[in-house]
Write a protein that binds this ligand. Sequence first.
Ligand code: FAD
Length: 432
Amino acid sequence: SAPRFDAIVVGAGPAGSVAAYTMASQGMRVALIERGEFPGAKNVFGGVLYRKPLEDILPEFWKEAPLERKVVEQRLWVLGKDSVVSLGYRSARFKEPPNAWTGQRAKFDAWLAGKAERAGAIPIYETVATSLIRDGDKVVGVQTDREEGDLYASVVIIADGVNSLLAKSLGVHREWKPDQVSLAVKEVLALPKDVIQERFGVEEGEGVTIELIGETCGMAGLGFLYTNQDTLSIGVGVMVSDLQKKKVKPYQVLDSIKQHPEIQRLIAGGETKEYAAHLIPEGGFDAMPPLSGDGWMICGDAAQMVNAAHREGTDLAMLSGRLAGETAVACHATGDWSAGGLGAYTQAVKESIIHRDLKKYRGLHSLLSGPQAELLFGALPQALNDAAYEMLSVDGESKRDKQKRAAALLREAAGGTAGLIGIGWRGWRAMN
Ligand code: FAD
């Protein structure tokens, strides 16, 4: 007869592996299905990994996990054509304990899934979960692409990422709309360790993140440049609806960023090691599907749990994986796997920062998919750079006149004072 588990987890990304670890370490019989040759094989992120969500489950995990550099400085660069307005924060407090690290998914995901395996989860890799098996409304297992590949369980945890075939098959969400996802491209460039440390002004094991606004052909999107041990990760994510409208390819946007003189200086000589593309869920709070039902729960990207304003996705995925795992442990004890019993997961997410943060930024989606996006990501970054040039160049003109000219540049870019106030107000509202 077909194999039976207490729980099946689909997807060994951060969400799925944490869910599997949480349940297996409490003695549950867990299957962890992953389509990749190994967990992380094809996974892509920027990427910054945060300490908190994993530390709650695996204390001091960073002493053994394959991580790149601890992030001691975070910069925000607003790019103009040949200039940059920058804001940054560097702190010794980020060193011990670190707040975040840069990482590579192929290594990190494989390590994290290994933790779940050692806790007792049964790895079923190179296997695609093709659909859910139902008994009436109840989900009772998954079909896989293996011969005689049906697996049964009391609960299926759907952690199969942004394209979530299984959530779609449940009917809880359809294809994401083009303004609910951005398409990101990323390149990994090899450079010697000491060159990276010198260019970014950091010591051995320490790193810098730079988020980039501007030079995205006027489209809603953010670029990034992160330091790894002996590579740099550079990439950009742009809303799919914008790419369709402007008929621009994402690699063209990345090329435009890479050609910026200030970026050139940092990446010069870097040899391309990898090139990848991936979707990022950016629909926010209003795009989240129902999270649980009879025999199922959904975690991470499959449920749009990404806080794009703070480039947080892996942390929310791991937190949701833990909450789903803990709910399953409780249901295993009572034997209640009904929609009511598993509803405790939906409730736990509601009480967590996943719900609270995504709700706070609820308005961001309409700001980024609306007409003002072109202004925010095109005209305004350039105007800010021009205004800074005005203010900082000493050319015999009075400061009052300079100030007026700088303000006029910003007003002009925003289509007048009302436009500038409007965009400021909408921006503030979107974040609050
Ligand atoms: P995933 O990591 O997508 O894992 C899903 C897993 O399921 C994969 O291993 C996949 O192979 C597997 N799978 C899918 N379908 C099936 C199937 N049918 N059967 C079997 N297996 C299946 N987040 C951050 O925290 N920090 C960052 O700096 C950051 N930067 C990013 C930059 C880019 C370019 C991108 C694309 C994302 C970034 N994110 C970042 C977001 C982050 O990567 C995601 O939020 C996170 O990976 C979600 O984890 P997950 O486990 O839900 O999904």
